[in-house]
Design a protein around this ligand. Structure first.
Ligand code: 2X7
Ligand code: FE2
Length: 302
């Protein structure tokens, strides 16, 4: 019998398209002189770590696939097109060609439904994949040699409240973990959101001019540091307690639910995370963070 599946690692893996732009991969049309080196070094460390890990699938939850009714999942075997960031078309015009772990996507949708969530499969191969999914997956695995499962960001935080949204995302995380276990996958999870999210409204003439890059303000920065401290200390239950305030006071992209989904899937970690990097992008706070769940731990806290 195949061994039961498990989450082999979970990452906070933010998606500013600037980070792909700065790497100059062949898939992106725009050309950069570099920039945002600290965050990119953090991602390089992640790639090195993952080169030592045996895994089947990347499962990503992205703030930029926004769905009003339920949680949607890519569920056609292949998606290929051009993704253009609507805010930064000068930086991100990315030709993607990706495959999907359809069996796992279906299993997550089914587990979600069993838990009382509304889920929906996106089976149209011409659907345009969002830039958050593409950026996070590219930075972790630029070879695209693993299938992905991409999950949309349901609007419960926006239409109801942060507390309702948080309950919804934790339940989606548990459903994701159950599906991974049931299908025997060794999965790596990516929560694609930034932390503090106030951003400058004017771009420097040269977007990668690092003399213009800094936190939007000290309040935003201090919030991010507090959140990272809790992650490092293994205090994710406490992090969930302050999450609604963090979302409101730092205008955090955590409002889109990706990090909460990840914490739910990991059983709300009480073990320390590794912070690979922190840096700002157009003033927003971004951290690359890794959780290595002990083999038996993912069911613990939920
Ligand atoms: O989507 C984003 C983001 N979350 C942060 C910074 C810059 C651009 O795009
Ligand atoms: Fe974003």
């Amino acid at each position: 019998m195949a061994p039961p599946g498990r989450i082999v690692a979970g990452f906070l893996a933010p998606h500013p398209p600037h980070l792909v732009y700065a790497e100059n991969p062949p898939q992106n049309e725009a050309v950069a002189q570099g920039g945002w080196e600290v965050l990119r070094a953090g991602y390089a460390q992640v790639r090195q770590r993952l080169a030592q890990v045996d895994y089947d699938t990347l499962v990503v939850h992205s703030p930029h696939w926004k769905t009003v009714t339920g949680h949607h999942l890519l569920a056609a075997p292949h998606f290929r097109s051009l993704s253009v960031d609507p805010i930064f078309p000068n930086l991100f015009r990315y030709h993607y060609d990706l495959s999907v772990d359809v069996e796992l996507a279906r299993a997550i949708a089914a587990e979600g439904q069993d838990a009382g969530l509304v889920t929906q499969l996106m089976e149209n191969p011409d659907f345009r994949v969002d830039y958050g999914t593409i950026t996070s997956c590219h930075l972790v695995n630029p070879e695209w040699d693993k299938p992905i499962v991409a999950i949309s960001s349901n609007r419960a935080n926006f239409y109801f409240s942060n507390e309702v949204g948080q309950a919804e995302m934790l339940a989606l995380g548990v459903a994701t973990r159950r599906a991974i276990e049931r299908t025997g996958r060794r999965a790596v999870l990516l929560a694609s959101n930034s932390l503090s999210h106030r951003h400058f409204t004017v771009e420097p003439e040269l977007p990668e001019d690092m003399s213009a890059e800094h936190p939007y303000n000290n309040n935003q920065y201090q919030w991010d540091m507090r959140v990272l401290e809790l992650m490092r200390a293994g205090q994710c239950r406490q992090l969930l307690e302050i999450m609604p305030d963090f979302i409101e006071q730092a205008v955090s992209e955590c409002k889109d639910g990706s990090l909460t989904w990840l914490l739910g899937a990991l059983g709300v970690p009480d073990y320390p995370a590794t912070v690979h990097a922190y840096g700002t992008v157009i003033g927003t706070g971004n951290a690359v963070v890794q959780w290595d769940p002990p083999a038996a731990a993912t069911g613990a806290g939920t």
